[in-house]
Design a protein around this ligand. Structure first.
Ligand SMILES: Cc1cc2nc3c(=O)[nH]c(=O)nc-3n(C[C@H](O)[C@H](O)[C@H](O)COP(=O)(O)O)c2cc1C
Length: 310
């Protein structure tokens, strides 16, 4: 079966190898590859480089430029074989998911930078809206950096607590901008005051829990779903961290402070066109869990037939 060389900006189909089987045509979510008889062609419309055509081609005839099929992991073996649906170890996977717990006690031992770099690469295996891959990552590799960030975040909450303690201000904010300050006062004021006191007087780290490294996950504001993309990458990082022997904890308090403080974002080298979506504290865990934590029993709503309800 003949075919011709198809070269779109970043997708190349090798005419010598292509047999015109049309699998790439079937799989393409953008429908930018088409087959006319034995000739496979690209419409020329820019695709979002999902790489499915290359991944499915039995002949290995497709190359996508500008992306790497290897993550380039250095701290673990990188398997290149695809795990086919239904062939992986389901119970192991669920046990891994359940065994990953938020870690709030860490050893002082530093996390090698190579592990942090691998975690970031693993994060990028997540799905992203229109395959934008618009995430980015900031690595804080040392406890000293965490402490500096902790100081800045503490400054933010000290100011916020001063405002929240003012009943008049809470009332005014409620009239003009909703009850956010009141809610903060009711839910967090006391515990944050106590955490700040412990930070200042005892050097106890109630924010990062003594973590020795952190990864900040950011996303391009212009991406279609930057928050979802960043959080999916985050979950990959959390699971991989556990598999690599690391403890992790999401630090929403730090995310909130950094989102509202431009100077802090600049200090962390987060550019103006990016938003911060998660802060992941990391380190080797000092305490091992012996059993899985319970979860609330969920009762999903099952829609038997939407049609009959119309
Ligand atoms: C969006 C988000 C923000 C969080 N922020 C914090 C935080 O600031 N500090 C903290 O100690 N834990 C934080 N956590 C961890 C949760 O408390 C934790 O996931 C939850 O208690 C369930 O425990 P597990 O992670 O061990 O399953 C956060 C979790 C999420 C999902």
């Amino acid at each position: 079966m003949g075919s011709k060389n198809i070269m779109q900006e970043q997708v190349i189909i090798d005419k010598q190898k292509c047999t015109g089987c049309g699998l790439c045509v079937t799989i393409c979510p953008y429908r930018v590859i088409s087959a006319t008889g034995e000739v496979v062609e690209h419409s020329g419309v820019a695709c979002f480089l999902c790489d499915h055509c290359r991944a499915v081609c039995p002949q290995g005839a497709i190359t996508t430029l500008g992306q790497s099929s290897l993550l380039g992991l250095t701290t673990m073996e990188e398997k290149t074989e695809v795990v086919r649906p239904g062939t992986s170890n389901g119970p192991e996977l669920v046990a891994l998911m359940r065994s990953r717990r938020s870690c709030r006690q860490y050893q002082e031992k530093a996390v090698p930078l190579a592990m942090l770099l691998d975690l970031v690469k693993i994060g990028t295996t997540a799905p992203s809206g229109t395959n934008s891959q618009g995430w980015n990552f900031v690595i804080l590799p040392s406890r000293r950096d965490i402490l500096t960030l902790g100081d800045r975040v503490s400054d933010y909450y000290r100011k916020l607590n001063r405002m929240a303690a003012n009943a008049l201000l809470r009332g005014l904010v409620k009239i003009f901008g909703g009850d956010s300050l009141g809610r903060y006062y009711r839910n967090y004021f006391d515990s944050v005051s106590e955490a700040l006191r412990q930070w200042e007087e005892e050097g106890t780290d109630r924010l990062f829990h003594g973590a020795v490294a952190a990864i900040l996950v950011t996303g391009k504001k212009t991406a279609s779903c930057p928050a979802e993309d960043a959080l999916l990458a985050t979950q990959n990082i959390l699971l991989a961290a556990h598999a690599m022997g690391l403890g992790s904890c999401l630090i929403g308090f730090a995310v909130e402070a950094m989102r509202r403080n431009r100077a802090m974002r600049q200090k962390m080298e987060v550019p103006e066109d990016e938003e911060i979506y998660s802060v992941i504290a990391l380190g080797f865990p000092a305490i091992a869990y012996l059993r899985h934590a319970g979860r609330k029993v969920i009762e999903p709503r099952i829609v038997r037939s939407i049609v009959s309800k119309q």
